[in-house]
Design a protein. Structure first.
Length: 291
């Protein structure tokens, strides 16, 4: 398989992304900007158009910041949207699954993609908390599979968390690290465990911040300012919860609660907000009101 040159590292020439939501679109944008030819899988005409629109919007913003080495329209031209994993290029170097945190859905799509792709293709899941080992059990070639946990917003984020399952081959990890650096990002490598490193620590902080609001200790802005100004966090835990999505944070907390115990029990306030549809920025209301 070939590579596309980008700086001191080499991006994969052919990339697939399963899912064109906020995360999938960001992953597609990042690889396309690095020179890769990208195929996004998103079913339905409306969803496909929305995925392309997300990428186009992201590229416009990147161009305004001076973050593109090529015109935005040229980068967008490297991206194709198809309706099924069966339409992914067989010779893809890398295919990243970026659908919602539903283990059965992820496993089904990864297995279908594996059947459609070359044995040399590396498969990765963008899961932020689900067991990479369990997902690998659905595959015939688990050695070519690992977690590549991207962070939102993907184009601007510095980090990719590389999650290694017991059967992941060293060569697969090496390729993932090289591609991470080709995107201009940094890596942390962790073994597969509930919540990995980032979600486990990030959710613990976020849940405690929600409990503090619930207990009347302080309002969201005061709690966020305490962490931002006092501990130099770029963003407070409650604003970050709004950005990630309260529903996403609840799903991760429930998984960690089931696997790691009561310290990850979701607060009632979080459950109530999700039940009311207050999911954060994507709905206009979470711990903050968003335009």
């Amino acid at each position: 398989m070939n590579t596309a040159a980008t700086g001191a590292a080499s991006a994969p020439s052919v990339v697939g992304v399963i899912g064109g939501g906020r995360m999938g679109a960001g992953i597609a944008q990042s690889f396309a900007a690095a020179g890769s030819s990208v195929t996004v899988v998103e079913s339905g005409e409306h969803a496909a158009a929305a995925a392309l629109d997300r990428v186009a919007t992201g590229l416009t913003r990147a161009a305004e910041r001076g973050g593109l080495d090529a015109p935005a329209e040229d980068v967008l031209g490297r991206i194709t949207v198809v309706g099924s994993v069966d339409e992914l290029p067989r010779t893809s170097d890398l295919v990243v699954e970026a659908v919602p945190e539903d283990a059965s859905l992820k496993a089904r799509l990864l297995a279908a993609a594996e059947r459609a792709l070359s044995p040399a293709t590396v498969l990765a899941s963008n899961t932020s908390s689900l067991s990479v080992t369990d997902l690998a059990s659905a595959l015939s070639r688990p050695g070519r599979f690992l977690g590549m946990h991207f962070f939102n917003p993907v184009p601007a984020s510095e980090l990719i968390e590389i999650v290694v399952a017991p059967e992941t081959e060293d060569a697969t990890v090496g390729l993932a690290l090289a591609w991470t650096h080709a995107l201009g990002k940094k890596d942390v490598v962790v073994k597969d465990s509930p919540g990995f490193a980032s979600s486990r620590l990030g959710v613990a902080l976020g849940l405690e911040a929600i409990r503090m609001v619930e207990d009347g200790v302080a309002g969201p802005e005061a709690i966020d300012d305490a962490m931002r100004l006092g501990y130099k966090h770029p963003m407070g835990p409650l604003r970050l919860t709004d950005l990630v999505g309260l529903d996403v944070r609840l799903a991760i907390a429930e998984h960690l609660h089931a696997t790691l115990g009561d310290r990850f029990a979701p607060p009632r306030l979080l459950r109530d907000k999700v039940a009311r549809g207050e999911l954060g920025r994507k709905t206009g209301q979470g711990f903050y009101t968003w335009p």
